[in-house]
Ligand binder design. Structure first.
Ligand code: SF4
Ligand code: SF4
Length: 199
């Protein structure tokens, strides 16, 4: 069953998910939600394509996909979103959420072969988000030993490395699943996620 996340929880994703938009010459802030894996990059396109059916949320074995409920969410009402700090994606091999989507709002890359092994589908989904590292908040910078982000990174080659007192993110292999964000013990969190929508 899909869980509802509050607007407050959504804002915990970090300041970088908040985009400034201009309406009637007045500057307002509107959150750009993180969408599930394989989502159309352009959120306007996503909003037009998504059928609000919640098949993705229902298919996720980790209950990682939330659904906005309530008119206060405006155009995002009944659309799916991720909140990795609370419910990180596990980047399942079979990508059940993408497979379940009937509309194309979540989709595989064009280079996915028709006869691909279902256990390899995870290789044909673009990164969900971009990781941002906040060095000042990192415990290592403050003199405490810590390698939680590296420990919990599920990618085969480890997308986040702790080298001495530095953290290095391998952007070419990071999926933006958010497991490191969920496990970072620093307050405030030294890792946040930014959506991948075009600049
Ligand atoms: S990849 Fe797996 S864990 Fe992540 S949202 Fe999809 S079904 Fe859930
Ligand atoms: S399965 Fe696809 S169409 Fe249905 S809510 Fe999820 S993203 Fe939207």
């Amino acid at each position: 069953m899909a869980k509802e996340f509050s607007r407050r929880q959504l804002f915990r994703l970090g300041p970088k998910v908040i985009s400034e938009v201009h309406k009637d010459k007045q500057e307002v802030e509107e959150p750009i939600p993180l969408r599930p894996p394989g989502a159309l990059r352009d959120d306007e396109g996503f909003l037009k394509t998504c059928e609000r059916c919640h098949a993705c949320a229902d298919a996720c074995p980790y209950d990682a996909i939330g659904v906005f409920h309530g008119a206060e969410h405006g155009q995002h009402e009944l659309t799916p979103f991720m909140n990795p700090a609370e419910k990180p994606c596990r980047w399942c091999k079979t990508m059940d959420c993408v497979q379940a989507c009937p509309s194309g709002a979540l989709h595989f890359n064009d280079d996915k072969p028709d006869d691909v092994d279902p256990e390899s589908l995870f290789q044909y989904v673009p990164a969900m988000a971009k990781i941002q590292f906040h060095q000042d908040a990192c415990l290592i910078t403050r003199g405490t030993l810590c390698d939680e982000c590296n420990l919990f990174c599920p990618t085969h080659t480890k997308s986040i490395l702790v080298i001495g007192r530095n953290v290095r993110i391998k952007e070419d292999v990071c999926t933006g699943c958010g497991l490191c964000v969920a496990h970072c013990p620093a307050t405030p969190n030294a890792l946040t996620l930014q959506d991948c929508s075009p600049e």
